[in-house]
Design a protein around this ligand. Sequence first.
Ligand code: IVH
Length: 663
Amino acid sequence: MEISKKIQQLRTIINEHNYHYYVLDDPKISDDKYDILMRELQELESNYPELITIDSPTQRVGAEPLSIFTEIIHTIPMLSLNNAFSEQEVHDFAKRLQENLSTEAIEYIAEPKLDGLAISLRYENGILVTGATRGNGYQGENVTQNVKTIKNIPLRLRGKYPTILEVRGEVFMPKARFLKLNKQQEVKGEKLFANPRNAAAGSLRQLDANITATRHLMFYSYAIGTVSEINLPNTHSEILQQLQQWGLPIAKQNQVLTGINECLQYYRQILSQRDALPFEIDGVVYKVNNIEQQEILGFISKAPRWAIAHKFLAQEALTKLLAIKVQVGRTGAITPVAKLEPVNVGGVTVSHATLHNQDEINRKDIRANDTVIVRRAGDVIPEVVKVLVEKRSPDSKPFILPNKCPACDSEVIRVRGEAVARCTGGLICPAQRQQALQHFVSRQAMDIDGLGKQLIAQLVTNNLINNPADIYYLTHKQLAGLERMGDKSADNVMFAIEKSKNTTFARFLYALGIREVGESTANILADQFNNLDELKNATENKLKGIMGIGPVAAKNIVNFFQQPNNIEIIERLRTAGLNWPVSSLKNEQVLAGKTFVLTGILLQMTRNEAKANLQKLGAKVSSNISKKTDYLVAGEKAGSKLKKARNLGIKILKEADFIDIIK
Ligand code: IVH
């Protein structure tokens, strides 16, 4: 086939997959397969650079950094919305509409009010030509390069589109991305973002679009600007459907409703789902659905009369920072925490906020007795956003983390390049001990019911337990003799301790509290190793080679098992009777010495699961076919690898054969 045709075909296929993945939320191929298509296109384009077009799916990144953003004038101004903060204000809004339209039953479309920043995208002949921020509503910044890195924004429209189309919508950062970004910023000792909105704005307004690309922003459309020569539908909901058909993403929470009471119900429903939504919202928007009615209502100053934003209660509040305390975590991390005058933030009383670390305190210049703005977002720990410096007393002093652990007086050190300061006391530190014990008994770990925080604290102060193994040598008498404990409570705790002895390998590993070994890592380890001895003897290299185990975790695991103290605790736990079933399957390395290659789409499991299953049985999984390959597992739509395997006479397994083998 002619190269340009081949390239064109690949682009069409990739765009189609993008549409299914990003707009319809219904992917049609695996990530691996998609990557292969992209790589193929990239390769062809690098061999034939003259064939690259600006709307090619490869053209999202790689632009040269700008020195300044240019201005873009909005052909139709980007307006804002009037707000309602109470149900009464919403009823007032509806009443005005009913009077103006002389009708009771108004149809609305209710949409989440996305908490990001508004942008306008301009498509000419179906190709994304500019992306602009809202700016002052009339003139914004040209952020085209940045916008192109947002993967759910199509670079080219689908179907029969108008010559000119301007789409308005919100760019935002999903909550999970925001948390990840701040974690990375913290590790790098860089500025933390106060909330996903600031993170989205900061990420979009980067002169180097390659940075924007790493931030995983998202976009949802909610309105149109200029459109040429096409008959648009006469309701807003149908216009949104039309945008979706052209390839633009819209929020799936949008709903057409009749009457304002249904809108208020929608508000309550969305509010109850708010914390579980993958993105931050600060309210909902009600819009009159019928475009003719919208036209009758028109605009008042800078906002439409036909829409209103019903905002959630503020997530930020002003309060006094009473003191800065430091907490010592399970691994010795010293975290400064603000003790606040209790304040209601969006319906929840907040009396503490995390201050993260010394760098963050310095950056925001947070001091005891300051007046501060605190913010709560979903289930995230409240944070101090800002200090009102003008309200500070003249004798206030900057806060500096102590250089001795407040719990054990050991030295506190901060490793170069790390943002976190740590107590060096290890298990002699009562705070670390307390946290380690709490972790050990927690539900996901040994699940010892009834051994709560208070009881552990009592046991630690009375020197009855120092480490997890001591729990299993407690006597009924010791427990019953403690404050607020009696025979009955002691019975219950003894029973729970006894019960916890029958556990699983994964829970046990997680309970040990090895740094960087969370639940999922513990599961992987339990899957990969037949027993504790095998894991104890594993080298850093072997561990790093396991999918899902990073270099830091590998190092920590090896370190952990090198400490004689840890080995002794483990032995005492085993002697006390801790046990877990050993899977018989795992002991049989029936595929040792065999090399497998996986290709195509597997229907019963993911590629990674298949790989893990094979590795468990001792097989090696390689990504390329060679003479050394013993088996090729060929799923649906297998391509070049299947061909190559046939040519080399390699044994080919269908998915069903493969499952028979691993079972
Ligand atoms: S419609 C003419 N719909 O809220 C109406 N705006 O306070 C234009 N926003 O600047 C806006 N979600 O950044 C609309 N579903 C939604 C929205 C939404 C978030 C933002 C947008 C706008 C601001 C107005």
